[in-house]
Design a protein. Structure first.
Length: 478
C-alpha cells in the first residue's frame, strides 16, 4: 500500500471536526436525558458528566454522550440548584440546552448551555404525587381529606401536657440545638425530658437508617408524649428522604403523635402530611409544644377562676338562704319555747303536788315500820344468834374434812416424787449418760470414738463409744 492510500489519524479527526462543525455550528438543542458519571472540579468550576437515554421498558441505555459545562453554563446549573433546591448530580432526569462539539483528542461531546428548572420541579412533583397516591391506595389508615390527609397518627390525641419527648435528628444538627434551647429556656419554666435519637436525616438513600431509628423509639417501650423530627435546612435533594414512601407510611401509622420541624420553608414534605402536626422549623416545633402546655395551664387557671367565682356566687346564695332559715328557726324556737314553758309550769305544779302526797304516804309507812321494829328487837337478836351458832358448827366440820383431803393428796405426791427421783430410778437398773459433764438425752450428740460417763446406782463408769446402733424406741425387750 502506497503513501497516497492512507491518511493520518489527526487528518481523519480533523475532517470529522470540520464536518460536525459545519453541520452543528451555531445550533442548540433542548434534550431530555438522565445525568450519570457526574463530577465537579470546584477549582475550575467545570462539570463533567454523561447524558444517557434509557429504554421505556427497562434500564437499558439506548443512547449516551459525554457532556461538560463551564462558565455561563455552570452558572445556569447553580441557578437550577437554587431554584429547585435539588443538587445537580447523578440520576437526575433533566431538560437541558446543549450545543454539539468535537475535539480531535477528546472526541464527541455536548456543552450544557442551560437547564430547565421548571421541568425538574415538575418531575419531583410528579414523583411526590405518585407516592401520596400510593400511600392512600395501599393503606386503609390513610385518607385524603380536602387538601390534607387523615392518618392514624394525625387522629391521635396529644396528652394534656407534653413532657417526655423523643427527638430524631442528626447528631450535628443546629436545628436540634435550636429545638432543645427553646424547650429548656421557655418563658414559663416548663420542664421537659428530651431523649435524642441521632441518625442521618438527608438523602433518599438513607431512608432505611431513618426508619430503623423510628422503630428503635417504638421498641424502647418508653411512654413518650410526642416524637419530634427535626432538621436544620438544606437543599431539595437533602429533603428527599422525607418524601420516601416507607418513612411516610411509618409516620402515618406510628402510635405516638409525631411533630415535624424539618426546616424547609418552601414545600411541605410527605412526612409532614402524614404526621400529627407539622411546623416549618425545629424552633417552631418547640414553640408549638410550649404553646400546647401553656394552653392547658391557661385552661386550668381559667377553671380555677371559674370555680372561685362560682363558689362565691354559691356561697352568697346559700348565705342568704341560711340567714332566712336562721330567722325562721329563731322565731319558731321562741314560739315553741313559750308554748312548752306553759306546759312545763303545769307539769311542775302537778309534780310538786304528787311529790308531797308520796312523801306523806311513805312517811306514814316508815312510822308504822319503826313501831314494829321497836316491839320485836329481842326476838330478832335471838334468831340471828341461833343462825350464827349453826353456821359456826357447819364451818368447823367443813374445815376438818377439807384439811384431811389435802393431807392425803400431799402424801400421794410425796410417794410419786420419791418413785421418780434419780436415785430410785438408778436403783431399778437404769443409768445416766453424761458427756463433758452434761447429761445427754439422746445419741444424736454422741459420735463414735468419743468418751462418755455412765452413772449407775453406786458408781461412775468412764467409757469410749466403739459403735452406735440406731434404736427406734418401739421395742421394749431390753
Amino acid at each position: 500500500m502506497g503513501p497516497d492510500q492512507y491518511i493520518r489519524l489527526s487528518q481523519l479527526t480533523g475532517q470529522i471536526q470540520d464536518t460536525i462543525h459545519s453541520r452543528f455550528k451555531g445550533q442548540t438543542y433542548w434534550v431530555v436525558a438522565d445525568i450519570t458519571n457526574h463530577s465537579f472540579k470546584a477549582d475550575k468550576k467545570i462539570h463533567y458528566f454523561e447524558l444517557v437515554e434509557k429504554s421505556e421498558k427497562g434500564s437499558v441505555i439506548t443512547a449516551k454522550i459525554m457532556g461538560k459545562s463551564w462558565g455561563a453554563g455552570a452558572l445556569k446549573i447553580l441557578d437550577f440548584e437554587i431554584i429547585t433546591g435539588q443538587r445537580f448530580t447523578n440520576n437526575l432526569h433533566v431538560l437541558v440546552q446543549v450545543s454539539v462539539d468535537f475535539h480531535p483528542l477528546y472526541g464527541l461531546s455536548v456543552n450544557l448551555l442551560d437547564i430547565d428548572s421548571n421541568f425538574m420541579l415538575g418531575i419531583l412533583e410528579q414523583q411526590r404525587n405518585a407516592t401520596l397516591t400510593r400511600l392512600v391506595r395501599e393503606n386503609d389508615f390513610i385518607h385524603k381529606e380536602g387538601e390534607g390527609y387523615s392518618t392514624l397518627n394525625s387522629r391521635l390525641k396529644f396528652a394534656a401536657v407534653i413532657q417526655r419527648v423523643a427527638v430524631i435528628s442528626s447528631s450535628s444538627s443546629a436545628g436540634n440545638e435550636d429545638f432543645r434551647h427553646t424547650m429548656q429556656h421557655n418563658d414559663f419554666g416548663y420542664v421537659f425530658q428530651i431523649d435524642d435519637y441521632h441518625t442521618v436525616v438527608q438523602g433518599d438513600n438513607n431512608a432505611k437508617l431513618f426508619l430503623n431509628k423510628l422503630i428503635e423509639v417504638y421498641n424502647t417501650g418508653i411512654p413518650y408524649d410526642a416524637v419530634v423530627i427535626t432538621r436544620g435546612g438544606g437543599s431539595q435533594s437533602d429533603f428527599l428522604i422525607f418524601d420516601n414512601y416507607n418513612i411516610g407510611r411509618a409516620v402515618a401509622k406510628f402510635p405516638i403523635p409525631v411533630i415535624t420541624g424539618i426546616g424547609h420553608q418552601k414545600n411541605v414534605s410527605i412526612t409532614d402530611l402524614m404526621a400529627h402536626t407539622h411546623t416549618k422549623t425545629p424552633t417552631k416545633a418547640a414553640e408549638f409544644i410550649i404553646a400546647h402546655n401553656r394552653s392547658f395551664e391557661q385552661h386550668i387557671l381559667s377553671l380555677q377562676r371559674t370555680i372561685a367565682i362560682k363558689s362565691q356566687q354559691l356561697f352568697l346564695g346559700h348565705y342568704k338562704e341560711l340567714s332566712e332559715i336562721k330567722n325562721l328557726v329563731s322565731h319558731n324556737a321562741r314560739e315553741l319555747i313559750a308554748a312548752k314553758k306553759e306546759g312545763l309550769m303545769l307539769q311542775k305544779q302537778h309534780i310538786s303536788q304528787a311529790s308531797r302526797n308520796l312523801l306523806a304516804e311513805k312517811k306514814q309507812h316508815l312510822l308504822l315500820a319503826a313501831q314494829k321494829a321497836l316491839q320485836r328487837p329481842q326476838s330478832i337478836i335471838q334468831q340471828e344468834n341461833s343462825n350464827l351458832q349453826h353456821l359456826k358448827a357447819n364451818l368447823k366440820i367443813f374445815t376438818s374434812q377439807y384439811l384431811r383431803s389435802r393431807r392425803l393428796q400431799l402424801e400421794d405426791h410425796h410417794k410419786t416424787i420419791k418413785l421418780l427421783s434419780p436415785q430410785n430410778v438408778l436403783s431399778r437398773g437404769y443409768a445416766v449418760i453424761r458427756k463433758n459433764n452434761k447429761i445427754v438425752n439422746g445419741a444424736g450428740s454422741i459420735k463414735e470414738g468419743e468418751e462418755i460417763e455412765i452413772v449407775t446406782k453406786d458408781a461412775v463408769l468412764k467409757s469410749t463409744v466403739n459403735e452406735k446402733i440406731e434404736y427406734d424406741g418401739k421395742h421394749t425387750d431390753l
